[in-house]
Every structure is written in structure tokens, then in C-alpha cells.
Design a protein around this ligand. Structure first.
Ligand code: ADP
Ligand code: GLC
Length: 531
């Protein structure tokens, strides 16, 4: 069913009669029989390399390039945070002002078009909302910006207006939103009567954009959306729920997570609505950017290497140990580069790091997040000077060096929609030690006897996701390390695993195509060579 063209009855009531219904965009033409050429507007709160707090930025930054061979031209709408505006100031050619919104939820906004690092960008420059110290979501002290509801509602509303033809001469065919920060786009599209298919990708269902229902009038939406089949959510409203209700297609970042979110444990309150909309839900596993994460060319590494020159990895290990102030002996280095939160399970790693150290290994943890977990890890490191080093921080080059210099990467997540760290680890010949959940379970093949003899194993998995489970997995990994032949085989198989975007980009392209088809927007170019 195309829910876009047949809205639930209560939504019909929401479209005020004075709002014009915007015409459908011109038909999208299939030039070679079945590959349409289409324009997608991706709406995102972060994008690599301009602004990144986690995997969302990696995905929104690398998917556009991967979609090009499938006839999809992606333009990304992002907020004009200070770090984004600084990069715009250096852009060549200079940004072009393509639209103005006089009253975007009570503030003035300009849309700037620019191309940076092969990304087509539309930057929403609204100083009152985005020009401030801190990160995209938090202030300099790590506290959420108090008006995040308005900041991300504004991003979504601007996206919907672009869908409605705000920019002269350019209109997307499909809008792709990501997580709660842009989820309201689909709600605004409906509310404004704009006929434009939309997709929402759930990168992490734990973040839901939950606010009091009193914000509805402040973001230009009717109070009637405070309803079970609207945005009502446990007495509040949820931006994510709005998107899940009204987007035409829902994707999440691995097939396993797509199944998990249908259960109360992983659905985190959204399982009910996802079960209702299961017919439009699909899991598409993330890929990685093979140019940025390539040990053979990575500019952040003291020594480049590939699968045939794996011995050179040792030089990176030496630099890494020096950098983190650890003993220079030969023992295995087990590292983590991650948000340090309950989701990622690093409280469990603080309790089990001694397993690695007592067997002659060393531990590096680099990341930031929950202060209690940071403190727990720092306290553990104090017990093991020279053997365990914990650095609280965020730095892209250091993340690359850790993957290049470590023997194993530990990711004991309690839930993991996809996870990218383990994919980078594979490519850098680091053996991932991961919990069996979400994307981790389908991207890593456990080194059990059968997988070892079939020469397909790439890492160590554990389940149940408990401290004891992790301890056992660390023990198994060290045991494997003690057998140089077995370890070399694991590293080799890891480096040969393929997680390029190609297949997944094709799946996204088919999601877009299906939406256009059911929206009656596909036409065939009878003059094209394919016909
Ligand atoms: P999530 O998005 O849930 O944090 P992912 O594994 O999908 O997890 O992506 C995490 C991304 O953030 C990876 O690119 C990883 O290298 C990066 N990252 C995490 N912590 C740090 C850090 N402290 N410094 C630099 N990069 C980091
Ligand atoms: C989220 C998830 C992570 C995923 C990333 C990119 O932050 O926690 O598992 O890889 O988004 O999709």
C-alpha cells in the first residue's frame, strides 16, 4: 500500500483546506529500461566530513557517492552549524544562495547550495538555531541544547518546503530522512499537502525525539497529532514516531536489526507501530567508504599496508603503544574506539579488561560518552599502568591509528543497529570481538571450528551479552592470538571480507524506485538505447 497517497482518515482532517496541494513532480524517466534517473534529497543532522558525532555521518557522507552508479543524484540538506559554516567560507566555488524562508518557525533562514568533497549540499543557515558553541546536539558542557525540538523541526520543515518546490528550478523526486532529527519531514509533507514520497532510515531507535505535546503548535503542527495514530508517545509526542507513521518506506541499517526492532526489547516502545508498518520496513546493511578506510593509502597511518604486507602493521602498533604510553612488549593489543555508553557495553569491558592483561595483553580505550562509564574505565586503567590506557576524547586520525595498530577491536554492544567500527577493523586486519546482536551478528563470522576449517571466520562473537560472555570471548581471542597460524588466518580472512556500499546502495535505489512506481511517477524514455 502506498500510504502516501492514501493517508489515514485522521490525517485527511489535518490538511487545512487553504493549503494548496502541490503538483506531483515531473515523471522520472527510465533511460535504459529499468534504471530511473532520480533526484533524492537526503535530510540529515550530520554528514562526514563536515560534521560527525558517529556512524550516521559516515553513512550519509558515503551513500551519495555509492548511489551515483544507480542513477541516483543525492543532495543533502544539513543545518548550518558553526563548523559547517566555516567550511562553507572556504568552499570553491563559493556557496550560492538558492532560497530564503522569511519565517521558519519564527526565525529567518537562508538555503545555501554548495559542493564540498563531491557532496551536493544544501545548508540551512538559520543563525538563531544553529550558530552556537558546542556540538550538533549538545552545548559546550555536554547538555542537550534546550531547543533541539525547534532546531530539528525547522530542519524538517525546510526539507518539506524544498519538497514543495521552494528552490526555483529544482525539486527532488524522493526525500530520504534519517533518525528523529529529520523524521518530522514526512509529517510536514502530509500536513502541507505535498505529494512527495519519503523514506525514513532508523539508525538508532533509542533516540526518539520525545517532547511535551505543547511543542506541537510551536512547530506549526496541529494539536490533533497528539493521538495514538499520530505522534502521541507515552503522554508526550515523539518526532521519530511521527516519521515512522507517515514515511512511505522505513529502512533500518541491517536486516537483523529490522527483525529485532519488532520485539519489545529492541523496539524500545516503537515495536507496536513497526509491527503495524512491517510491510514497508526493510533492513539494508551499511557499507563503508573503501577510499577513506583503506590501510594501503590512509594518510593518518605511520606505515601503510595491505593484506600482502600485513607485517608492516607492526610499525603502526609501535607508534600506537608509544602514543598511549603502554609497555613495548609483544603482547596483543585489544582496543576500543567508541561512544562509551550503556548501548556499547563498555561497563562490561571495564569489568573484564583484566582478562586481557593477565594473559600478557594490553588494552586501549578511546572515546567519550556516559561519565559514569568513562570514570569506571579510567579507574580500571589506573590499576594497570603500562598495560591499559583510557583516553576520553574524539579524534578522527587517532581512530584510524588505533585500527591500524591494534590486534583486536572490542565491541560488546547490548544492541547495535549496524556498527561500523567492526567493519573498519576487518579492513585493517584487526580481529573484532563482538556481541551477537544487530549488525554485529551478520557482519562478523565467529571463529568456531566449522568456520575456521571452512576458512570464513573473521572474528569472535559472544552471546548472551553479559560480562561472563565477554570474558569468555576475550579468552577465546587471546587463545587464538597465541596460535600465530590461526591468528594470521583470521586476519587474512577479515581483510578479505567485503563491505563496500555497492549492494546496499542498489537496495536503497530499489526502495526509491518502488516509491516512485507506486506514486505513479515512473515513465519510460522510449528513445533511450535500452528500449
Ligand atoms: P555509533 O554511530 O552508534 O556511534 P558506529 O560504529 O556506527 O557507532 O559508528 C561510530 C563512528 O564513530 C565510527 O566512524 C567510529 O570510528 C567513530 N568514532 C567513535 N568514537 C570515536 C572517537 N572517540 N574518535 C573518533 N571517532 C570515533
Ligand atoms: C547508529 C547505530 C550504529 C550504526 C550507525 C550508522 O548510530 O548505533 O549501529 O552503524 O547509526 O547507521
Amino acid at each position: 500500500m502506498n500510504t502516501h497517497t492514501s493517508p489515514p482518515v485522521f490525517l485527511e482532517k489535518l490538511v487545512p483546506p487553504r493549503l494548496r496541494r502541490v503538483e506531483k513532480t515531473a515523471p522520472v524517466v527510465c533511460r535504459n529500461g529499468d534504471v530511473p534517473e532520480m533526484k533524492v534529497l537526503s535530510v540529515t543532522s550530520e554528514i562526514f566530513p563536515l560534521v560527525k558525532t558517529g556512524g550516521l555521518a559516515d553513512v550519509t557522507g558515503s551513500l551519495p557517492k555509492a548511489l551515483e552508479p544507480f542513477g541516483v543524484e543525492t543532495t543533502s540538506l544539513i543545518p548550518g552549524y558553526p563548523q559547517v559554516m566555516r567550511q562553507l567560507a572556504e568552499a570553491d566555488p563559493a556557496p550560492e544562495r538558492v532560497a530564503t524562508i522569511e519565517d521558519l518557525l519564527g526565525t529567518h533562514a537562508v538555503i545555501l547550495k554548495v559542493r564540498i568533497d563531491n557532496l551536493n549540499l544544501l545548508v540551512l543557515d538559520a543563525p538563531e538555531l544553529y550558530h552556537r558553541p558546542g556540538g550538533p546536539y549538545v552545548d559546550a558542557d555536554g547538555t542537550d541544547h534546550p531547543d533541539n525540538w525547534r532546531r530539528f523541526a525547522a530542519l524538517s520543515k525546510a526539507a518539506a518546503e524544498i519538497g514543495g518546490g521552494l528552490i526555483p528550478g529544482w525539486r527532488p523526486d524522493v526525500i530520504h530522512t534519517h533518525d528523529w532529527q529529520s523524521a518530522l519531514t514526512s509529517v510536514y509533507l502530509r500536513h502541507m499537502g505535498i505529494d512527495m514520497p519519503s523514506v525514513i532510515t532508523i539508525h538508532n531507535i533509542a533516540f526518539q525525539g520525545q517532547y511535551g505535546a505543547d511543542v506541537l503548535p510551536l512547530i506549526g503542527l496541529p494539536s490533533s497529532l497528539y493521538a495514538m495514530d499520530g505522534m502521541e508517545y507515552f503522554g508526550d509526542i515523539s518526532f521519530l514516531k511521527g516519521g515512522l507513521q507517515m514515511a512511505d518506506a522505513i529502512t533500518t541499517v541491517s536486516p537483523t536489526y529490522a527483525r529485532e526492532v519488532l520485539t519489545p526489547r529492541f523496539g524500545m516502545g516503537m515495536d507496536g507501530i513497526l509491527n503495524e508498518r512491517v510491510s514497508v520496513l526493510r533492513g539494508i546493511v551499511n557499507g563503508i567508504d573503501l577510499d577513506i578506510w583503506d590501510p594501503a593509502t590512509d594518510p593518518h597511518l605511520p606505515r601503510n599496508y595491505d593484506v600482502s604486507t600485513l607485517r608492516r602493521k607492526r610499525d603502526n602498533k609501535t607508534v600506537l603503544l608509544q602514543r598511549f604510553g603502554l609497555d613495548m612488549d609483544d603482547g596483543p593489543v585489544f582496543s576500543a574506539v567508541s561512544r562509551l555508553t550503556w548501548q556499547k557495553g563498555f561497563d562490561m569491558f571495564a569489568d573484564t579488561a583484566d582478562e586481557v592483561i593477565f594473559k600478557g595483553g594490553k588494552v586501549i580505550v578511546f572515546g567519550q560518552g556516559d561519565h559514569a562509564i568513562e570514570a569506571q574505565l579510567l579507574a580500571t586503567a589506573q590499576r594497570f599502568p603500562g598495560r591499559m590506557s583510557v583516553h576520553i576524547g574524539y579524534d578522527e586520525p587517532t581512530a584510524h591509528l588505533i585500527h591500524a595498530g591494534s590486534d583486536a577491536i572490542v565491541q560488546p554492544s547490548r544492541f547495535e543497529p549496524c556498527g561500523l567500527t567492526q567493519l573498519y577493523a576487518l579492513r585493517y586486519g584487526c580481529v573484532p570481538v563482538v556481541s551477537r546482536t544487530g549488525g554485529l551478528s551478520e557482519t562478523i563470522i565467529d571463529a568456531n571450528d566449522a568456520a575456521m576449517s571452512a576458512r570464513v571466520a573473521t572474528g569472535v562473537q559472544f552471546h548472551p551479552v553479559t560480562t561472563d560472555g565477554l570474558r569468555l570471548a576475550l579468552r577465546r581471542a587471546i587463545h587464538a592470538y597465541e596460535d600465530p597460524k590461526m591468528w594470521a588466518r583470521l586476519q587474512n580472512q577479515a581483510m578479505k571480507a567485503r563491505f563496500s556500499w555497492e549492494r546496499s546502495a542498489q537496495q536503497y535505489a530499489s526502495v526509491y524506485t518502488n516509491l516512485l512506481r507506486s506514486n505513479g511517477q515512473l515513465a519510460t524514455d522510449t528513445n533511450s538505447p535500452g528500449n
